[in-house]
Design a protein around this ligand. Structure first.
Ligand code: HSE
Length: 441
């Protein structure tokens, strides 16, 4: 009889439990198509007695993930504990060092320790697979490692955080404020109690760090990614963007430029008629631009028990098929250092929202600041409205405050930064200007 591939699963939260359900539901079918049947041999979690809706009979129980990782009875250690250090790191290191294949969904761990762990995996000739770590159910990693590998990638980007996409979509669809939608998302359990990691762009940054390494053969370097979150996006921005034919999305973008790798996570305006603008709610997407294929866009669920468990299972299937690749495609010793392109060299068009005192010369002052930095304006829209100027305490009579929306022609981040700095110093400018990059897709 063919020997089973024995799995040790550490972490029985939503994803771990879904994985056990998936293997129970599809084990027979998979056995029919794989060289080895898959068997859950052992599990490890914090609480043993909890009802997880899965049958754990005949499965060995471990309290300590490191002991499970080292156990001679397992072939593959499946890490679903989470966290960039602590037990997840200790257990993954122990598994790799003792010659076990590792499958993990842990983007934070890989974003911080990816190179060291990949080295350990390669030294021990085992797999370190992490399909579920980037965009959940979307097969982004496999696509980059396999089907898209013949291409030289020029840009890899995507909507990599479902919480942010849900908030921005709901703000637009329902005309609501950021704070209001965030609170509702927390009340309904869509957003974490502490949502900083998602809305601040850090979760997307971890995913982009992995994509960047795979796309450009560079060391994983999350700390070299420029990160801005969606906290500053207002209803006024969403409405103005919509009026001008754009939607606002939190994008993660990595591109190769002459001066290095430009990797950034930030809210961006995308044309409403682009495919990515249609990716709404919690849905994620990953786009790749290659020299021979051209552009592809993969769209799907970025989180959730079922999609994430399926991604984990697809990595286990690779091991069962005997596929062991360098984790970041390029062998770790050949990964190039991540040479960061300066964000102020970024070229693109920009959206600016300014609140001005509606007085003679206000617009002329703005135009001069832009002209002085060589920034050319594509469109300017001024709206007169009742608005409380800072410090006035109540809405001023119509005509005293004006919102001005500017779209620039393509320019550099450096020029926009300098122009905005000069604009901020103008006394007639009543609020900090809002600046959003426009992404050409
Ligand atoms: N919290 C993430 C999201 C899913 O909102 O997309 C896990 O990375």
């Amino acid at each position: 009889m063919t020997k089973s591939l024995k799995l040790g699963i550490a972490g029985l939260g939503t994803v771990g439990s879904s994985l056990i359900q998936l293997l129970a539901a599809h084990g027979d079918r998979l056995t029919g198509v794989l060289p080895q049947p898959l068997r859950v041999d052992a599990v490890c979690a914090r609480t043993r007695g909890k009802d997880r809706g899965v049958n754990l009979d005949d499965i060995r129980w471990f309290d300590d993930p490191v002991a499970l990782a080292r156990d001679a009875g397992i072939d593959v250690f499946v890490e679903l504990i989470g966290g960039e250090d602590g037990p997840a790191k200790a257990a993954v290191e122990a598994a790799l060092a003792s010659g076990k294949h590792v499958v993990t969904a842990n983007k934070a761990l890989l974003a911080k320790h990816g190179v060291a762990l990949a080295r350990l995996a390669e030294e021990n000739a085992v797999a370190l697979n992490f399909e579920a770590a980037v965009a959940g159910g979307i097969p982004a990693i496999k696509t980059m490692r396999e089907a898209f590998l013949p291409n030289k990638i020029s840009r890899a980007y995507g909507i990599l955080n479902g919480t942010c996409n849900y908030i921005l979509t709901t703000m637009e669809d329902e005309g609501r404020s950021f704070a209001d939608v965030l609170k509702e998302a927390q009340d309904k359990g869509y957003a974490e109690a502490d949502p900083t990691f998602d809305i601040g762009g850090f979760d997307a940054c971890h995913k982009l760090a992995l994509m960047t390494s795979l796309a450009f053969g560079t060391e994983v370097a999350a700390d070299q990614i420029h990160v801005e979150g969606i906290e500053t996006i207002t209803k006024a921005d969403i409405e103005a963007a919509s009026d001008l034919g754009y939607r606002i999305k939190l994008l993660g973008v990595a591109a190769e430029t002459k001066s290095g790798i430009e990797a950034r996570v930030h809210p961006a305006m995308v044309a409403k008629n682009s495919a990515i603008a249609e990716v709404s709610g919690v849905t994620n997407c990953v786009a790749l631009e290659g020299d021979f294929t051209g552009s592809i866009l993969l769209v799907g669920p970025g989180a959730g028990g079922g999609p994430t468990a399926a991604a984990v299972a697809s990595d286990i299937i690779d091991v069962a098929r005997g596929i062991v690749l360098p984790p970041f495609i390029t062998p770790v010793g050949d990964l190039a250092p991540h040479k960061r392109a300066r964000i102020d060299e970024h070229c693109g068009a920009y959206y600016l929202r300014l609140t001005l005192r509606d007085e003679p010369g206000a617009m002329a002052g703005i135009a001069k600041c832009m002209g002085d930095e060589g920034v050319s304006l594509e469109s300017v829209v001024q709206r007169r409205e009742m608005k409380a100027l800072p410090g006035s305490g109540k809405p001023t009579p119509a005509g005293e405050a004006a919102t001005v929306i500017i779209i620039t022609h393509e320019t550099t981040e450096d020029a926009i930064g300098k122009a905005v700095h000069a604009i901020e110093a103008i006394e007639k400018v009543a609020e900090k200007p809002q600046v959003i990059r426009i992404e050409k897709l």
